[in-house]
Design a protein around this ligand. Structure first.
Ligand SMILES: *[C@@H]1O[C@H](CO)[C@@H](O)[C@H](O)[C@H]1NC(C)=O
Ligand SMILES: *[C@@H]1O[C@H](CO)[C@@H](O)[C@H](O)[C@H]1NC(C)=O
Ligand SMILES: *[C@@H]1O[C@H](CO)[C@@H](O)[C@H](O)[C@H]1NC(C)=O
Ligand SMILES: *[C@@H]1O[C@H](CO)[C@@H](O)[C@H](O)[C@H]1NC(C)=O
Length: 474
């Protein structure tokens, strides 16, 4: 269970190679551009009554040398306010390998599923009033390759942290070449969960690319991350967190601290006292929803998500449970509706999915991913030095990435505080707590929320996002 894989070195030679590659790919794309339309407007969607009241486009961006290789699928929704002036955001859901359709439909996009028992008809979509597209244009991208509707000839060759970083960067520049009207908009990156590992590296690569004159230049302003995995040592904070939340006894907590010496990840297999305590700990948390400890626990939550966190979870077998039907009262029921919806032939046609490229769509594709970046703190430090803004928020009832872990690495950056710990409000009620540092980084808790905060507390998160993206204090 050693998570400290050193990241490969990044020599300048490698960078030259990247630039060269980008130039070659750029010219190739110009040549092959007319071969097939790569983006299409979507005006109606099965399950949604009438024409869509927002502008949706779907499409593919090719990263490979041939037309049928390395095709990255995206959903693009224009700001419902003023797309000419509003910021542009690229959103990457976690996993790694969970489709950004999750971010769109379960968290921050303009539509969501109506929760009704599935009866064989296409599930219904309704509008989400707290969509972040009310004030920001958002590209939801399916990456790494193999995720959602993105495909490649040889997937195995394209699935690792660093490949995800390079591919996302290339995707963005190519997407902007195809959408030059968005070149001058302020650009932000948004992501959550596992993407806390690759995204700071992607933002650094975008910034370095700009400095080296890569075209088109990107108007990069900053990034926001929700409950981001950052050090891969978040599990160590689960124990004090569970204690603080009243999930384990004082005695067990003291015993764990003493027997394990506060190291709960790399445990010596001969340390029986510590192992026994950890077993008791697991028992205490066995009926608890780890994503949102206030929520119901549903059997089908675990297979999808347990695997998604760290490579420790990679071991459990993959797709055997994806067809379980959850209880209607479980939050995960919407995920089941999502699978039924998106695997429907009419829906796929409406989304302009290329026929024969992807068999069954799965929310999280987890096969053969190589974990290369052990920790993303240094990227945050580098980005701060360059003056980019950032918002790091923590749903405070998530035990997978407890807010204490996030606060700890932010504190370790050693920036001075410019706006100290205080309440922030949403609709006249306390939305959580916030603190802002001199490196333009804002930390915020989202009170009573979970791992994917906008899914659990949409009003609070919409209010937080609105203020931050408008350059206002929370
Ligand atoms: C499923 O329910 C909807 C109403 O919610 C109805 O319009 C539709 O016809 C039903 N489909 C089937 C196959 O019964
Ligand atoms: C796919 O890529 C992997 C890793 O680069 C390589 O080992 C394998 O031979 C490739 N498979 C094919 C069919 O080219
Ligand atoms: C941070 O920036 C420095 C200076 O540009 C660079 O040498 C270093 O590799 C960067 N850190 C990471 C993790 O990329
Ligand atoms: C922050 O300060 C501590 C204690 O002075 C030091 O050990 C650490 O290296 C500093 N971290 C950074 C990122 O500068």
């Amino acid at each position: 269970m050693n998570m400290m894989v050193p990241p490969p070195s990044h020599s300048s030679l490698y960078y030259c190679f990247q630039i060269l590659l980008a130039l070659v790919l750029f010219s190739l794309q110009m040549l092959t551009h007319q071969l097939e339309a790569s983006s299409s407007k979507v005006e109606v969607l099965p399950g949604f009554e009438g024409p869509l009241p927002f502008q949706l486009e779907t499409g593919y961006v090719g990263l490979g040398e041939t037309d049928d290789d390395m095709q990255v699928f995206y959903y693009f929704i224009k700001s419902e306010n003023d797309p000419k002036k509003d910021p542009l955001m690229l959103w990457l859901t976690g996993g790694p390998g969970c489709s950004s359709f999750s971010g769109l439909v379960f968290q921050i996009g303009p539509v969501e599923f109506e929760i009704k028992e599935y009866n064989g008809s296409v599930p219904s979509l309704v509008l989400r009033p707290q969509s972040w597209t009310k004030l920001c244009s958002i590209i939801f991208v399916d990456l790494p390759l193999g995720t959602g509707f993105s495909y490649a000839k040889n997937l195995t060759a394209h699935r690792s942290d660093w490949k995800l970083v390079h591919h996302t960067h290339q995707f963005l520049r190519k997407w902007l070449i195809d959408h030059p009207e968005f070149l001058s908009n302020e650009f932000y990156f948004g992501a959550d969960s596992y993407s806390g590992i690759p995204v700071p590296a992607i933002v650094q690569e975008i910034s370095n690319g700009n400095e080296e004159g890569l075209q088109p230049s990107i108007n990069l302003q900053g990034y926001l991350l929700g409950n981001p995995i950052t050090t891969r040592r978040e599990k160590n904070d689960q124990i004090p967190y569970a204690h603080g939340m009243g999930l384990i006894s004082d005695e067990l907590y003291k015993s764990l601290q003493k027997n394990c010496k506060e190291e709960y990840i790399d445990v010596d297999s001969r340390n029986e006292l510590c192992l026994r305590d950890l077993e008791y700990f697991d028992e205490c948390l066995s009926g608890i929803n780890h994503f949102y400890i206030l929520d119901s626990y549903c059997e089908s939550d675990s297979p999808l998500w347990r695997r998604s966190l760290t490579h420790e979870l990679k071991k459990s077998s993959s797709s055997h449970l994806t067809d379980t039907v959850p209880e209607l009262s479980c939050r995960i029921y919407s995920s089941y509706l999502g699978r039924k919806w998106i695997n429907n032939e009419r829906v796929r046609k409406a989304l302009h999915i290329r026929e024969g490229t992807i068999g069954k769509w799965v929310r999280c594709y987890k096969t053969d991913f190589e974990y290369e970046i052990s920790d993303s703190v240094e990227f945050h430090a580098n980005l701060s030095k360059k003056g980019y803004r950032s918002l790091i928020y923590s749903g405070d009832h998530d035990i997978l990435v407890p807010f204490m872990s996030t606060q700890a690495w932010i504190r370790a950056l050693n920036y001075s505080i410019v706006d100290d710990w205080r309440l922030w409000f949403a609709n006249g009620q306390v939305g959580g707590y916030t603190r802002t540092y001199s490196n333009r980084m804002t930390f915020a808790t989202v009170k009573g929320s979970g791992h994917m905060a906008p899914e659990y507390t949409p009003e609070q998160c919409f209010s937080m996002f609105t203020k931050w993206i408008s350059n206002l204090p929370l």
